[in-house]
Design a protein around this ligand. Structure first.
Ligand SMILES: *Cc1c(COP(=O)(O)O)cnc(C)c1O
Length: 465
């Protein structure tokens, strides 16, 4: 399998090169040259597979010619041995129309673990096999950084530095990152906000000399391997529900920010999974909702909400969808993205909007509605939703056609966002893994929002024996 850029100006690459590249060299995003299609008969056979075996089946289409099966199998086994549930992503049945796929049983209690545990193993494998030094560098508003650090801590050949805005992530997120004291992990707490952190990272990755000299690699969800790892649980969820009840097609409701998770579902659909609608749940940062409803893709004002991991104004994975929407025409994608950069918006006509609406629905959830849903599900189903998950459930309730079965994603454990849960007077018992973080020492270096200071810290980190 080869991979190409949505903008068409990168020579076709293999899987490993694609993973190492991250953002495509022409500024686009990497996608498979051709999407493999799984037949209904094969899908039926897959009902009997464990999560890990299903992962292997799906990845084999994409990595076959580069990663020997036994190597992949070994990586997958290691990746998911850190999950607290043997099913990795278990399905909870709420009603015969609503199932919740729990994606939070990994080390940091949010869905980013599903992809980043594997990505850590994969980077380590590439490092060993190709003698590559890998220095992962990224900025986080909380969940990605914690999951990435847990994915690579203690691994040989890899170092990771994560920038987070000092005192502007949730307490649990901060502790998950900073209580790690492995020598290959550096936490920089920047006196600024997430955009400041992201700004420095962008500059450093844009400096090709610096990037090359220090072997910098990215962790954000523009990396195709993260997308593909998430595609697995769409299949898994469908297959578990299909074992329980007769299914024609299924809907998914997805708490969304960067469009990464939604795009994984779109890929699953293109691979032949019988998905009817992908329901995009956003919070008050609703660029995706506005696009699906009006055909205008334009960012609005940034708002802080109860679901901070979805507080995103530009959905970086949207370009991947645009590519397929525009008939796989990379010339057109380049024109649209250029227009977006220059004019700040993309507008599609009414005909095209119908095509979008045939595949997606969207609902932007206000803070009050989010809390109301948490209270309602606790009272009616004795199920405690985290605020991100609640957005997905609210969107399901808005669109839940009585004849359609929906799987709604639980993207984080409620303990991770207790700040919101407490607002409606619900007291929760923290899992022991989170409780014990509160008494551990923290390792982080607090720096000013200064590129020079950050570079100095990085150079010292990379020069350490
Ligand atoms: C990252 C994150 C999201 C948003 O996922 P995208 O792939 O960016 O759309 C939703 N919920 C939680 C808890 C997250 O950490």
């Amino acid at each position: 399998m080869k991979y190409i850029s949505t903008r068409g100006n990168v020579e076709a690459r293999g899987f490993i090169e694609t993973v190492l590249m991250g953002l495509a060299d022409d500024g686009g995003l990497m996608i498979p040259e051709e999407i493999p299609v799984v037949s209904a008969a094969t899908l039926k056979e897959w009902e009997a597979l464990s999560y890990q075996d299903l992962f292997l089946k799906i990845f084999s289409y994409y990595t076959n010619d580069e990663i020997p099966y036994e190597d992949l199998k070994d990586m997958v086994a290691k990746s998911y041995s850190s999950f607290r549930n043997p099913e990795v992503t278990p399905v909870q049945t709420i009603t015969d129309k609503l199932h919740i796929l729990e994606l939070f049983h990994g080390p940091t209690f949010a869905f980013k673990d599903v992809a980043l545990q594997f990505m850590g193993e994969l980077y380590s494998y590439i490092s060993k096999k190709q003698g590559e030094i890998i220095h992962i560098l990224g900025a986080t508003s909380g969940d990605t950084g914690a999951a990435a650090i847990q994915g690579v801590r203690g691994k040989e050949g890899i170092r990771i530095c994560v920038l987070h805005p000092h005192l502007k992530v949730s307490k649990v997120q901060e502790l998950q990152m900073t209580t790690v004291n492995d020598a290959n992990v550096l936490n920089l707490a920047v006196k600024g906000n997430f955009d400041d952190c992201q700004g420095v990272i962008k500059e450093l990755f844009g400096d090709l000399d610096f990037k090359g000299k220090h072997h910098l690699r990215a962790i954000n969800s523009i990396n195709f391997v993260r997308i593909l790892a998430q595609t697995v649980y769409y299949f898994y969820a469908y297959l578990q529900v299909a074992k329980q009840q007769k299914l024609e097609k299924i809907n998914f409701s997805i708490p969304s920010g960067n469009f990464g998770n939604v795009f994984s579902g779109y890929l699953a659909k293109k691979m032949g999974l019988p998905i009817n609608k992908l329901i995009i749940a956003t919070n008050e940062n609703n660029i995706l909702e506005r696009f699906i409803k009006t055909g205008v893709y334009k960012s609005g004002d940034f708002l802080s909400t109860h679901s901070p991991s979805m507080d995103i104004q530009i959905a970086s994975n949207f370009e991947r969808y645009l590519y397929y929407f525009l008939g796989e025409d990379s010339q057109k994608v380049s024109e649209y993205m250029k227009k977006f950069q220059q004019e700040g918006q993309i507008v599609i006509d009414a005909e095209d909007l119908k095509r979008v609406q045939a595949e997606f629905s969207a609902h932007g959830v206000k803070n009050a509605e989010c809390l109301e849903i948490i209270g309602k599900y606790k009272a009616e189903h004795d199920y405690l939703l985290d605020p991100h998950t609640a957005c997905g459930i609210a969107a399901y309730e808005t669109f839940g056609n009585d004849n359609e079965v929906c799987v709604s994603f639980a993207t984080a454990h409620p303990a991770k966002f207790d700040e919101a849960i407490r607002l409606i007077d619900i007291k929760q018992q923290f899992p022991a893994e989170i409780e014990q973080l509160l008494s551990l020492p923290q390792y982080q270096t607090i720096v000013n929002n200064s590129k020079e200071e950050i570079v100095a810290q990085l150079e010292a980190f990379y020069n350490r024996a």
